[in-house]
Design a protein around this ligand. Structure first.
Ligand SMILES: Cc1ncc(COP(=O)(O)O)c(C=O)c1O
Length: 429
């Protein structure tokens, strides 16, 4: 028996819910590219389409480096003082106050904040902290949610449960059920909330609903507290305004609740692979901040030692220099305006395609939700079978819950996606 057989019993794990589909898309694209030009299937209209991943794409379907970020990178490259030393365990010192100001505004909150490996790193570090240092055993998140939420909770050793959030058939938030469920949640439950641009549904509570929710948390705070854990991965993507998108976090903070925020800069600054993010934990005093930070430092030191510098250096410059900040807000606007335009075109395409199909079964289908939802995604309402049909027959790749990344749409493919959606609905009946 080979000495290497010690690993033979390791079981194959399932592919990642999102990146597994990207692998299939990449395979289909390679096969399409390998077709001889004489093959009718080599035509552009059969080219696989990726509307899976939540990463911004420009009008040509290409990754977009924000012009402000590009400018900062040029300046950094020419800066003789730039070095690549280790950052402190808790991250770049100047990054922390800049991230806090973006999240909480001018008000100076008492927060233990550490730079972490983007949104995912913030969620995992935050969950691990709650498991190891606070009396928490369970997280509950909305149904549906980002599939990595339960994985992060379980990996951190927390039990994961859910609360009702969305009615797929009615395309709306099930507010009364949500409130009822949170009223009944056990004390010390960590309640995962999407700060804005809910993924995958694109439907956020109204400000009045956030107030109602803050009332619920406040009412329970002294007798049977809940921990509000905000996942803020899309600041600026919901309303196009970073201040408005911070409404819920700032509201809960102003109530003196034990707010935790996983603050990602991946989408808002296009710094995906640079893993730039911040974990903020509300504390009651400067002394508590010191103690909480000490525990976070010990955890970070033992897991990845210290965070990467490049993204944090960019984000700090962008947030601290007024001209750069204004220029970034314009970049954000370019992205949100394009997403908005694509939503409108998709909805128009769907309405046109269903009319032209002549199929009685789809004539009354309502697509209003495509334009009322916000953020990077649309929760189309397509069923699992319809999504599978889209992939198999049309080579349009999306997640099986019917979520599509609006950022993957552009003028060259939006009409085709709309037609394929209508065709899949008709064929799967
Ligand atoms: C809801 C939500 N939270 C967190 C993240 C984390 O992203 P990252 O780790 O790249 O910052 C994502 C990314 O897709 C997301 O959609």
């Amino acid at each position: 028996m080979s000495a290497l057989s010690v690993f033979d019993k390791v079981e194959q794990g399932p592919p990642d819910a999102v990146f597994g589909i990207v692998d299939r898309f990449n395979k289909a694209t390679a096969e399409w590219k390998a077709l001889p030009t004489s093959d009718p299937k080599a035509a552009d209209e059969f080219k696989p389409i990726n509307i899976i991943v939540g990463a911004y794409r420009d009008e040509n379907g290409k990754p977009w480096v924000l012009p402000t970020v590009r400018q900062i990178e040029k300046e950094m490259a020419e800066d003789p003082a730039l070095e690549h030393e280790y950052l402190p365990i808790t991250g770049l010192k100047t990054f922390i106050p800049a991230a806090q100001k973006l999240m909480f505004g001018e008000e100076k909150p008492t927060f233990a904040s550490v730079q972490v490996l983007s949104g995912t790193g913030a969620i995992y570090t935050g969950f691990s902290f709650l498991k190891n240092h606070v009396n928490c055993t369970k997280v509950i998140g909305p149904t549906p949610t980002w599939p990595n939420h339960p994985s992060c909770a379980k990996t951190a050793g927390l039990e994961y449960g859910s609360y009702p959030y969305y009615d797929n058939a009615k395309n709306s938030i099930v507010w009364d059920q949500l409130i009822e469920s949170l009223e009944k949640a056990e004390a010390n439950t960590v309640v995962l909330l999407h700060a804005c641009a809910h993924n995958p549904t694109g439907m956020d509570p109204t400000n009045a609903q956030w107030e109602q929710l803050a009332d619920l948390f406040t009412k329970r705070a002294t007798t049977s507290p809940l921990i509000p854990f905000f996942d803020c991965a899309y600041q600026g993507y919901a309303s196009g305004d970073v201040e408005k998108d911070a409404f819920a976090v700032r509201l809960f903070t102003s109530r003196g609740l034990p707010v935790i925020v996983a603050h990602s800069f991946s989408k808002s600054m296009g710094l995906y692979g640079e893993r730039c993010g911040c974990l903020h934990i509300a504390c009651s005093s400067a002394d508590a901040v010191k103690r909480v930070t000490s525990q976070l430092s010990i955890f970070i030191r033992a897991t990845y030692s210290n965070p990467p510098g490049h993204g944090a250096k960019i984000a700090t410059k962008l947030l601290s220099e007024p001209a750069k900040y204004d220029s970034w807000l314009k970049d954000l606007n370019v992205m949100t305006a394009r997403l908005h335009a694509m939503r409108t075109k998709l909805r128009e395409g769907l309405e046109k395609a269903q009319k032209e199909s002549g199929a009685a079964s789809v004539q009354n289908r309502d697509w209003t939700h495509i334009t009322t939802q916000t953020g990077m995604f649309s929760f189309t309402g397509l069923t699992k079978d319809e999504c599978a049909y889209m992939e198999k027959e049309h080579k349009v790749f999306l997640t099986p819950n019917g979520r599509i990344s609006i950022a993957g749409l552009n003028d060259s493919n939006v009409e085709r996606v709309a037609k394929c959606m209508i065709d899949s609905i008709i064929k799967c009946q």
